[in-house]
Design a protein around this ligand. Structure first.
Ligand code: FES
Ligand code: FE2
Length: 363
């Protein structure tokens, strides 16, 4: 798949070939090379609040499809484990529960809450048993505030993905944020996942696509900063002189009226911080032309929730969805393969395209 290349110099570069959004091969390559090797959001510590709590889930259903389990052991340590029994592969835990150990419902194999094999009926005669491979596979966990992340391949240190965001807004009391299921939402989009991400990565379209948002944030003062290799931030400044963060002096934006921080972490996670809290967007590929996007709402100051840049996210999302679905139609044209970038307004999208090309080209 070496036909994908995007020049480093944005002024000389062409956008990535539309084949990238159409190719089933690229869709499959991204699954293992990008999604399985990056750090993915797995919920927050409230999922396993008490000792003995177990929370089973599937990582990126319909794409990675990896059955995983969060547990909290007797020492209050949280673990992220494979939720597949090491005997014959049954799913170990079906529903959230509170327990002292993990017992498989197929033939009764028992594991500790940290994933260590404990016992198994009818296995006395089995030689060289148990070994380490009879323990549940343990995945790495990275915690920021109450937010938890894991990586299936453990190819990269989590700091490569998160450190720039954390150093920028680490002053926020993330532990006080709480997840609101009723304010969270899922959107189904008939488009390739990368089109959704690249749209997010530029504010260029705001005056054209989001009239409401454009009245709230100052387009002339909108900035994008790239963090290499794997993240970026866009910063929206309040146009109305209202609904902005009360920033600490340590913030590089101190003195500015920041209405929103839009952080993107490669490949599919967006952390949108508003004065009311955080909206995490998880972009989940389902098919080469189908994507699910989860908007997970974490409230900090409920009284501020309906105002400012983060006041009507549903409207902004539907505007993005509509334009991205038109682009999905456009990329099937025989007459369009590549375009060019605005040097001032599209460096986030250029950065993303460069990463896609790089991963497609690595062996
Ligand atoms: S598959 Fe779990 S005990 Fe057999
Ligand atoms: Fe948008």
């Amino acid at each position: 798949m070496s036909r994908f290349s995007v020049k480093k110099n944005i002024a000389k570069a062409k956008t990535i070939s539309t084949d990238v959004y159409r190719s089933r091969e690229a869709f499959e390559i991204f699954k293992e090379k990008i999604f399985a090797s990056s750090w993915q959001f797995v919920g927050d510590t409230d999922r396993v609040k008490e000792k003995g709590n177990c929370y089973p889930f599937t990582l990126l259903p319909g794409y990675l499809d990896e059955p995983l389990l969060l547990t909290k052991d007797e020492q209050e340590k949280i673990h992220c484990l494979s939720n597949v029994c090491t005997h014959r592969g049954n799913i170990l835990i079906y529903d959230s529960c509170k327990t002292t150990n993990l017992r498989c419902k197929y033939h009764g194999r028992i594991f500790q809450l940290d994933g260590k094999f404990k016992s198994m009926p009818e296995f006395k005669e089995v030689e060289k048993f148990p070994t380490k491979s009879d323990d549940l596979h343990k995945l790495p966990l990275f915690q920021w505030g109450k937010l938890l992340f894991t990586s299936l391949k453990q190819q990269y240190e989590p700091k490569v993905f998160f450190k720039d965001m954390i150093s920028r807004v680490g002053w926020l009391p993330l532990h006080e944020f709480y997840f609101s299921p009723s304010l969270s939402k899922e959107y189904h989009i008939n488009a390739n996942w990368a089109l959704y991400c690249e749209n997010y990565l530029e504010g260029f379209h705001i005056p054209f696509v989001h009239s409401g948002l454009n009245a709230i944030i100052d387009f002339s003062d909108y900035t994008t900063e790239l963090f290499f290799p794997f993240s970026s931030v866009q910063i929206g400044i309040s146009k109305t002189g209202e609904n902005y963060f009360d920033l600490p002096e340590s913030s590089p934006e101190y003195g500015r009226k920041v209405a929103a921080y839009y952080f993107w972490v490669f490949p599919n996670t967006m952390f949108n911080f508003y004065p009311w809290g955080l909206s995490i967007n998880i972009v989940q590929p389902l098919a080469v032309d189908k994507t699910k996007v989860s908007f997970l709402t974490y409230i900090w100051k409920e009284e501020l929730r309906t105002a400012g840049a983060g006041g009507d996210l549903d409207k902004v999302e539907k505007e993005d969805e509509e334009i991205v679905q038109y682009v999905q139609k456009g990329i099937h044209s025989r007459f369009y393969k590549q375009g060019r970038y605005s040097v001032t307004r599209e460096k986030g999208t250029h950065h993303f395209h460069r990463l896609l090309a790089q991963f497609l080209n690595t062996k």
